[in-house]
Design a protein. Structure first.
Length: 212
């Protein structure tokens, strides 16, 4: 259905995009610092599911509408940015309670909620939207037919690589958090860093990648 050369070329280009930290990676790092390893990995899974929804949308033709419409693209981008800022502010305000969460005396962070937050960021990632809508279709061999299936396959390759890469980032960041956990002052600081990371990311997403 698709040549190996075409698939490898797409994988190589995907790798270049994935290894450059973007909104997804920075969000995972922020969650790892604020809530630990489990929250980071759950966020990665949600993020990946959200990104694959974009692949499905592109395969069904919806992605081209988002990519070409300034209004739709901007609205989606700003919604994602606002959500990141909201999560960042919440993490900053709760930075003093991180030590309680680490000892098990604090309020547990719902895995389902964490998954949903990761999903929301993944599906509203401007970097991924543009890549899937503008780049992914160029690697489809239309002469071979089954175009939607080819897009779904390419999207699966991209998301599998992103899942591995983002998980690694999350594990590294959560390991650093373990060191901070040895001191209440460090834990408060790392909570603030995680919150500020997400706030800065939200502002960056809102201010960059504009479509004219």
């Amino acid at each position: 259905m698709m040549s190996t050369d075409r698939l490898l070329a797409f994988a190589a280009l995907s790798f270049l995009l994935i290894v450059i930290p973007g909104p997804s990676v920075l969000f995972v790092i922020g969650r790892a610092l604020a809530h630990g390893r489990r929250a980071a990995l759950t966020t990665v899974v949600g993020n990946t599911l959200g990104a694959y929804v974009l692949v499905v949308a592109v395969a069904l033709g919806v992605g081209s509408v988002v990519e070409r419409s300034v209004l739709v693209f901007t609205a989606l981008k700003l919604a994602g940015a606002a959500y990141l800022v909201y999560l960042g502010v919440k993490a900053w305000r709760r930075r003093g309670s991180l030590r309680e969460a680490f000892t098990g005396s604090g309020e547990p962070h719902s895995g389902l909620r964490t998954l949903g937050e990761g999903f929301a960021v993944g599906v509203a990632n401007p970097k991924t939207i543009v890549f899937f809508a503008a780049v992914l279709p160029q690697f489809v061999d239309r002469d071979q037919g089954h175009v939607p299936l080819q897009m779904l396959l390419l999207g699966l390759v991209f998301n599998a690589m992103a899942l591995a890469s983002d998980s690694l980032w999350g594990l590294v960041a959560s390991t650093a958090r373990d060191w901070f956990a040895r001191s209440p002052r460090r834990m408060s600081a790392v909570g603030g860093i995680g919150g500020l990371t997400m706030i800065g990311l939200g502002v960056t997403v809102a201010a960059t990648g504009r479509k004219d």
